[in-house]
Design a binder for this molecule. Sequence first.
Ligand SMILES: Cc1ncc(COP(=O)(O)O)c(C=O)c1O
Length: 391
Amino acid sequence: MKIQKALEGASWIRKMFEEGDRLKRMYGPEKVFDFSLGNPFSEPPEEFFAELRKIAQNPIPGMCRYMVNSGYEETRRAIASMLSEETGLSFTGGEIIMSAGAAGGLNIALKSILDPGDEVIIPSPYFVEYKFYVDNHGGILKLVETREDFSLDLEAIEAAIGKQTKVILINSPHNPTGVVYSEESLIQLGEILKRKTKQYGKTICLLCDEAYKKIVYDDLKLPDVFSVYDHCISINSHSKDLSIPGERIGYVAISPLAEGKGELADAMAFSNRTLGFVNAPGLMQRLVGKLTHVSIDISEYQEKRDLLYNNLADFGYLMVKPMGAFYLFPRCPIDDDVVFVKALQVKNILTVPGRGFGKPAHIRIAYCVDRWVIENSLEGFRELAIEYGLR
Ligand SMILES: Cc1ncc(COP(=O)(O)O)c(C=O)c1O
């Protein structure tokens, strides 16, 4: 019954997916411009296939057996060494737990941290799966609206923190807005968490979903979340930076400065096992351990961002210019985002209503698609801009 309800709630995204299928059969796939899903268009980098060939040609004895639940020591050490280089902190393999993507990582982290009834504060709009992940582990979701430019509303966050607050979950670069939180705002958030931890005598965890960590534009440097607050955990994924979402690989990194980090790591390894992941896929662990400094070509995403953003801005759409990830989140010319999504659908353009992310009157456009999809959709966006009086 509960899942039935959840399915009904998520039905708009499902509907768009099914609608895309129907339109593609009716008009041919080249006539449908599907921006509904965050499924990367690009193939994994050549280095990924080179490592795959290497291991296929020289299999390691025992490489397909069970392993410790947190993953291969060698992979975790490689990731720890990359993070030490990036942050100046001394990470060891003990602070890294390999996970089944960011989704698996978020679930093992929340399972390990939350007691039933604990609150998780999430800035909204937000990645809608969070709602289910928090509920999976008995947590209570507390949404806090962001500012108009989707930056963190620090006063509102501070006001929302109470004695039941256990976690604040942020996501930067952000799905669905493309925003990257500034270093200044993260430093202030860290200060708030230190103050509130003292006030309530209980440590609040800063959980950072960094699934799009390597997808940032215009040479922007992603602020280091570990430097703003000690009790910080970063969730990472290779779904987007290596374009391998179907392979389910990512990792959780616990700050070397976090209180009780050893117990937390043990709890997450235990949760990996007891939630039924057991461990992250072994073959993928072997590969990503060799690819810590590799990623898909980010400039391709940036070109697509520019093509879409510049044209939509010309047509009169209002939106924040994405700084990372591969989503654009324009305001609709009317308040009813579902009506506007349907109007786009008539032009064979598939997007998702903002209400699916807690923000009505917006649409999410996932531009992780081939360039022709963007180019051929522009006329439809332009026609609707005129129809709805944007120009
Ligand atoms: C913000 C965010 N977090 C987590 C995930 C889950 O990613 P993964 O495939 O690594 O589980 C996604 C997927 O789109 C996402 O957008």
